[in-house]
Design a protein around this ligand. Structure first.
Ligand SMILES: *[C@@H]1O[C@H](CO)[C@@H](O)[C@H](O)[C@H]1NC(C)=O
Ligand SMILES: *[C@@H]1O[C@H](CO)[C@@H](O)[C@H](O)[C@H]1NC(C)=O
Length: 259
């Protein structure tokens, strides 16, 4: 779920990052992209079934159960009533595009994402051969503030189609101002819950710093290939037509729901 959320954020950041301007066609690329983003934001509270886009503001998950067995580790559990809000409240702080170098920069921020829900897990977690019994029933209450994506990339010629595009030299950095967990495990007392929450808060921030070096390689490996495979079929005019057309479809659906 969180991974999906991160991917989504990256895609939004990517889309926000594509103020492509080139004055050789009838269409204004920058405008097409602004339309796309604006329409995307408005569509999120309704989703768009024709494109298989679920409601993303808020993003909800009713129930998901799992079991995990690996050696002496044996866990069963479930996640329920997950609700992630704030995905439609991103702000594009800045963006630029240089026509001679074909390179773009972007700066996008999600001011506040809130994650609510609950999970239960039971079983044995084996750490270095030591069996650790686990029993948790947790109400999730977590807030992420000022989650910011800053990056740059350059357009190049597709490697598979000389008329198509690809993204090369992608570089992304991201920052989190704060993680505020206020979870509640019914099997623990107040002090233990407080302790665990403060641990999660500091560990989450540390974690975002620790994984920074892996973000670009992971993006290059898991995200760029699918984006580039789509881009390889498009030139600038077609890409911009695509943005404009999507925007129109979403706008025509006239989502009235307030997230
Ligand atoms: C998961 O969910 C059900 C509710 O359907 C609950 O009764 C069950 O005990 C839960 N916990 C685990 C650890 O599977
Ligand atoms: C675009 O990039 C070129 C080469 O780096 C630079 O000389 C030019 O000033 C840039 N143009 C803009 C509008 O920033």
């Amino acid at each position: 779920m969180i991974a999906k959320c991160v991917l989504l954020a990256l895609l939004v950041a990517f889309a926000s990052a594509s103020p492509i301007t080139q004055d050789n066609g009838l269409v204004n690329y920058r405008e097409a992209l602004d339309m796309f983003l604006d329409a995307w934001k408005k569509m999120l509270p309704c989703g768009f079934a024709a494109d298989n886009i679920p409601v993303l503001a808020p993003l909800t998950l009713d129930f998901y159960d799992f079991s995990y067995v690996n050696g002496d580790t044996n866990l069963v559990g479930n996640v329920s009533n997950i609700r992630i809000s704030g995905l439609n409240n991103f702000q594009v702080l800045s963006g630029s595009y240089n026509q001679s170098t074909l390179s773009a920069t972007f700066d996008v921020m999600f001011p506040a994402l809130q994650i609510l829900g609950s999970y239960e897990v039971e079983g044995v977690l084996s750490i270095g051969g030591l069996p650790l019994p686990i029993r948790q029933s947790v109400l999730i209450n977590k807030k992420i503030t000022d989650w910011r994506f800053v990056g740059e990339y350059t357009f190049g010629q597709s490697l598979t189609n000389s008329n198509g595009l690809r993204i090369k030299d992608f570089n992304l950095q991201y920052f989190v101002a704060g993680v505020e967990a206020d979870n509640w495990d019914q099997y623990m007392d107040v002090a233990a819950n407080n302790y665990l929450n403060s641990f999660i808060n500091s560990f989450s921030l540390l974690f975002t710093e620790e994984i920074q070096p892996y973000v670009n390689p992971m993006f290059a490996k898991y995200v760029l290939p699918s984006i580039n495979s789509l881009l390889s079929n498009l030139d600038m005019t077609e890409l911009s037509n695509y943005f404009a057309m999507q925007a129109e479809l979403w706008n025509n659906a006239a989502c009235n729901v307030k997230a």
